[in-house]
Ligand binder design. Structure first.
Ligand SMILES: [Mg+2]
Length: 242
């Protein structure tokens, strides 16, 4: 039996494309939580690879709102309500989707004869991640994750994921037995920050060239070909082994 491995999936642009439902929900949630700012312009957000924890810090700074627990709780509660509603509405309008190949890949990774455990490493809050994955029917594949409300800096989330792997599954994994699968340069940086391997997938906001420039261990145009992803994983974990 080969050594156990952990695959940490990003969500937006990697597993799903909400086609903007997340961004709209951040804005709607914000104005519902802090109605005194309604009518003011909502600042442009660079969401690719960002954590929701860092986004809320940026919003509070932009609007001059004191950043403390009660305000954060109020914001994220309103965001979650908006997100549920928005995902449903977008679906009725034919917007938002699971990315191609994702359901079959997840089925294969969990059901096939592989040494892989799968979990999440995402900038979404734990609750936001659950809402999105439940909406698209893939939440049951993931028993734990590291989230954007664990730490505002994505680069701090790898060690959080390793700690949860130990708590939830008793997995004492070293970082070289972990691969992050994500769609932005920030996913690649996050893997490098704790010594994990990384597969970049060009189904989000970053082009193949932008991702290649960040030197991931493997680059895929999409996750549509399950066999190709399985082969990429095998290669990535073999690289550097002696
Ligand atoms: Mg992403």
């Amino acid at each position: 039996m080969p050594a156990e491995k952990l695959l940490l999936f990003d969500i937006d642009g990697t597993l799903i494309d909400t086609e903007g439902a997340g961004l709209y929900s951040l804005a709607e949630g914000f104005f519902n939580a802090f109605p005194e700012f309604q009518g003011k312009p909502f600042p442009a957000l660079d969401l690719g690879g960002a954590t929701d924890g860092s986004v809320v810090a940026f919003l509070f700074e932009s609007f001059g709102i004191e950043d403390h627990e009660e305000h954060r709780t109020r914001f994220f509660a309103a965001y979650s309500v908006a997100l549920e509603e928005k995902l449903g509405r977008f679906e009725r309008e034919g917007k938002g989707r699971l990315l191609e190949g994702v359901p079959s890949l997840l089925e294969e990774l969990r059901g096939g004869d592989h040494p892989y455990h799968i979990a999440l490493l995402t900038g979404n809050t734990c609750e936001g991640a659950g809402i999105k994955l439940r909406h698209y029917g893939i939440d049951h594949h993931f028993s734990f994750g590291a989230y954007g409300d664990d730490h505002p800096d994505r680069n701090a989330l790898g060690p959080v994921a390793l700690k949860r792997a130990e708590e939830v599954h008793g997995l004492g994994l070293s970082p070289e037995n972990v691969v992050i699968i994500g769609d932005t340069p920030k996913d690649i940086a996050c893997a490098r920050a704790f010594g994990a391997r990384v597969i970049a997938v060009a189904t989000g906001g970053s082009s193949e060239q932008d991702l290649r420039d960040c030197a991931p261990d493997f680059l895929l145009s999409s996750l549509s070909d399950t066999a190709a992803v399985i082969a990429a994983l095998a290669q990535v974990f073999t690289q550097g082994e002696t």
